[in-house]
Design a protein around this ligand. Structure first.
Ligand code: TEU
Ligand code: CA
Length: 540
């Protein structure tokens, strides 16, 4: 197993719009992040993944980029960015940018030109057809949108304001490499690559036998022809000249495909965010088509994805981000055992194999939100899905609101809850999206126990780097509440349930307790009684 700095590092994701507002306009910004660098240093993280901060009309909150070389005025200036980057580096923290190059905004100059005529020099920067096939967008409706200028349709796997780039055009690839070099030459330490598994499209867009979103993603959208040639060319043209890290967001990358992207001898990506775990409760029509999953499914996904990487690949492991519900609500118990389950999930994230990515707010146990009206939600994914499915009375608005409470991306996008002051210390102004009403009970000050546990786990991980590379063995896979695994000489036992578990026979002959969510000290000889949401790390 090759040792690499990015395997030993702990990552932290900042969703800039909701992290910290410095100028009272209710929108998080770069100077706001600067104000919180001490927080990140105290936590002990090594890399910040900064969500898109480029100029954008915000149809998909910055994942629709209008100018890759310009900082969105809402977030500040290029000088603000340079100061943040320099400050993070000075404090020993690397910064990676969000590279969103599967699509641009429809207000990008390339698309503004391309749509004008069939012979425009930029036409082939995008995908056009006069006979749209049955592909659907992630966000509901057809994945093809007609333009009045020529009557042709362009492809958009996401919103219609996010036209997909045509990666088979070498000019497009060259433009992307220039963008990458611009940011790498400024000193950024790598990229998180948005839906990078979707960039290669078929020559001809034939109809799919099924329009279920999950089927389309795995069988038509992801792992398209040429994807590996493009990534290997990206490495040759750009990445090989910098000591940087890359993590690909990989919708549709299956365990069978994984090593083709991240095997060290492939010279493509360093690691991926696999989305099988996140998509586990998605029905055929995606996240709002909710299907419950079992605890065994959860454990098996972790095990199988570790096995898929073998000794050649590497996962960036996570339990939530800006696209999914808060982990303590989705995988823990955010009401009866919020503190305990937040600490337990931190122990899973920081003792399993892979580079952990902590999403902003997890360190204070932030939870899902339940706004009383759909009007309180911002996310285009919600409003598009509502338009597509409510009128047909497929589900009532009240039922849809209940599913939104469970599944919506806005659960993770409400402002970070720093303290119990007005707007949780996020802004002096009117926040762009309401603060979670539970901010007086749930904030950094009331959740110091969680923050301190994250701190201890991160510093533990730094001092025991043999844990980072140690192999994995999972025990008692069928147990309905316990996740029990060994990494080298370190044993983690997690009771991921509301149940008290008595006399659990762990079979560890001897050891010392290194970490415990419940401040347990002595080694539990032979068997152990576990509190609800109790986790323990034992060194053999
Ligand atoms: O997400 C794409 C993706 O695979 C899913 O997470 C998707 O966003 C959705 O949540 C599944 O229901 C990336 C970005 O993380 C997301 O914020 C963007 O909306 C999307 O790509 C388009 O850029
Ligand atoms: Ca602001």
């Amino acid at each position: 197993m090759q040792k690499k700095w990015w395997k030993e590092a702990v990552m932290y994701q900042v969703y800039p719009r909701s992290f910290k507002d410095s100028n009272g306009d209710g929108i998080g910004d770069l100077p706001g992040i600067l104000e919180k660098v001490d927080h990140l240093v105290e936590l002990g993280i090594d890399i910040v993944w900064l969500g898109p901060i480029y100029d954008s009309p915000n149809d998909d909150n910055g994942y629709d980029i209008r100018d890759y070389y310009k900082i969105h005025s809402e977030f500040g200036t290029m000088e603000d960015f340079d100061l943040l980057l320099k400050t993070l580096h000075f404090r020993g923290i690397k910064l990676i940018m969000d590279l969103v190059v599967n699509h641009t905004s429809d207000e990008h100059e390339w698309f503004m030109e391309a749509r004008k005529s069939k012979d425009n020099p930029y036409r082939d920067y995008y995908h056009w057809t006069d006979e749209p096939n049955n592909y659907i967008s992630y966000f509901g409706g057809s994945a093809w949108e007609q333009t009045e200028e020529t009557g042709s349709y362009y492809l958009h796997l996401f919103t219609k304001k996010q036209p997909d780039l045509n990666w088979s055009n070498p000019k497009v690839r060259k433009e992307v490499y220039e963008i990458m070099k611009f940011w790498l030459d400024k000193g950024v330490d790598g990229f998180r690559m948005d839906v990078i598994s979707l960039i290669a499209k078929p020559e001809v867009f034939k109809n799919s036998p099924s329009t279920d979103l999950k089927f389309l993603i795995e069988n038509h959208y992801a792992n398209g022809p040429g994807i590996h040639e493009y990534l290997q060319e990206m490495y040759r043209e750009v990445l090989q000249f910098y000591d940087v890290m890359t993590v690909g967001e990989g919708p549709g990358i299956t365990k069978a495909h994984a090593l083709n992207y991240v095997s060290s001898d492939r010279n493509e990506l360093n690691m991926i965010f696999q989305l099988d775990l996140m998509f586990m409760d998605f029905g055929p029509m995606g996240k709002f088509d909710y299907r419950p999953f079992t605890f065994q499914d959860f454990k098996r996904c972790w095990m199988e994805w570790d096995m898929a990487m073998k000794d050649n690949g590497w996962n960036n492991i996570f339990l939530d981000n800006h696209d999914f519900p808060r982990m303590v609500s989705r995988f823990g118990n955010d009401s009866l055992f919020r503190i305990e389950s937040a600490k337990l999930l931190a122990m899973l994230l920081l003792t399993f194999r892979g580079t952990p990515c902590i999403y902003q707010g997890s360190e204070m146990g932030m939870t899902n939100v339940a706004f009383s009206s759909l009007d309180d939600y911002d996310d285009v994914e919600i409003h598009n899905f509502k338009r597509e499915h409510i009128p047909g009375d497929r589900i009532s608005e009240a039922e849809f609101l209940k599913i939104v409470h469970r599944q919506a991306r806005d659960n993770a996008r409400t402002p970070v809850q720093w303290d119990d002051s007005e707007n949780a210390g996020f802004t002096e102004g009117e926040p762009w999206i309401k603060v979670n009403p539970n901010y007086k009970e749930v904030n950094l000050d009331t959740s110091r126990e969680i923050f301190d546990f994250y701190k201890r786990l991160i510093s533990f991980r730094k001092s025991y780097t043999d844990l980072v590379y140690a192999d994995l063995e999972v025990y008692d896979v069928e147990h309905p509440q316990i996740f029990f695994y060994r990494r080298g000489i370190y044993f983690t036992i997690l009771n991921m349930s509301d149940k008290v578990i008595l006399k659990y026979r762990h079979g560890i002959d001897s050891g010392i307790v290194l970490m415990s969510t419940h401040n347990r000290k002595g080694f539990p000889q032979n068997n152990i009684d576990l509190n609800p949401w109790e986790g323990i790390l034992i060194k053999n």
